[in-house]
Design a protein around this ligand. Structure first.
Ligand code: NAD
Length: 282
């Protein structure tokens, strides 16, 4: 079998076109969605992510403002800044790029963002809404995974879904979203014994462990949908996911590539969340 490629890049382009159209419509009502991105310190990966977000915003007409702060910024300075952004009418989304320097309590910072502007969907209020199945801001990467399954008409209801990884930003929320769509969900993690016993049963397999080539072809059920969230840099600089793409694409029914799969969808969903937030707040 040769798996159908789930083209996250093409899907993200489509979503961005639609967002651009909606941003133009809002402009006629004098509304311009605005995203404030806060970057503390000099983490090279974070700098790249933030530049990608700025570029994506400008392409669809969302006003983006990046506030770059030095590594030694204090927690109270950051809290003051967020308090200002919370009350600004031209800012509809606030994103604090993680990881933050060690002397700053990330949870406290996330909690200080008003939930309505928390376009990452990390605030406990938004996480709670996800748990309860209530409308709220959904985290971008898991939301992107769900959108890809839906776009390719991959059945979720009644299917066995296995999520590898239990982080608060990917594993747990994507598992909750699949549960909400009536899948039977298992969550595996670094202490799971006999990982392949779970993965071989999965109709939908979401890999979010951050371990290159963790998922081998003999761990995958023939015909399964495999979503590779992992983004791992090999020593030669090549970017790979958690899935052995060449081998697994011979077994799976659908598969996302890395790059060009979940990554572009994450940014598209951030733009979507910012647009929706502007519509709600204006
Ligand atoms: P994390 O380090 O916070 O969590 C990793 C999870 O994987 C943990 O729960 C851990 O228990 C589990 N795990 C680790 N090794 C395992 C193993 N051998 N078997 C089973 N489980 C194992 O990472 P994260 O922030 O959730 O990100 C996961 C991956 O997704 C990373 O590669 C990250 O770069 C990538 N990511 C990609 C996007 C995107 O837009 N494409 C967004 C966020 C994260």
């Amino acid at each position: 079998m040769s798996a159908k490629i789930i083209d996250g890049k093409a899907m993200a382009m489509e979503i961005r076109q639609e967002i651009k159209k909606q941003v133009e419509e809002l402009a006629q009502k004098n509304i311009k969605p605005g995203l404030a991105v806060v970057l503390v310190g000099n983490d090279p990966a974070s700098q790249i992510y933030v530049r990608g977000k700025e570029k994506a915003c400008s392409e669809v007409g969302i006003a983006s403002e990046t506030i770059r702060l030095p590594e030694d910024t204090s927690e109270s300075e950051l809290l003051n800044l967020i308090s200002g952004l919370n009350s600004r009418q031209d800012v509809h989304g606030i994103l604090v790029q993680l990881p933050l320097p060690k002397h700053i309590d990330s949870d406290k910072i996330i909690r200080s963002i008003v939930p309505e502007k928390d376009v990452d969907g990390f605030h406990p209020i938004n996480v709670g809404k996800l748990v309860l199945g209530l409308p709220g801001v959904k985290p971008c990467t898991p939301y992107g995974c769900l959108k890809m399954l839906q776009k390719y008409e991959i059945a979720i209801e009644g299917k066995k879904a296995v999520v590898i990884g239990r982080s608060n930003i990917v594993g747990k929320p994507v598992a909750l979203m699949l549960l909400q769509e009536n899948a039977t969900v298992s969550i595996c993690h670094s202490r799971t014994k006999e990982l392949s016993e779970y993965t071989k049963e999965a109709d939908i397999l979401i890999a979010a462990a951050g371990k290159p080539f963790l998922i081998k072809p003999d761990m995958v059920k023939p015909g399964a949908a495999v979503i590779d969230v992992g983004q791992n840099k090999l020593p030669d600089g090549k970017l790979v996911g958690d899935v052995d793409f060449t081998g697994v694409s011979q077994v799976a029914g659908w598969i996302t590539p890395v790059p060009g799969g979940v990554g572009p969808m994450t940014i598209a969903m951030l733009l979507y969340n910012t647009l929706e937030s502007a519509k709600r707040l204006c």
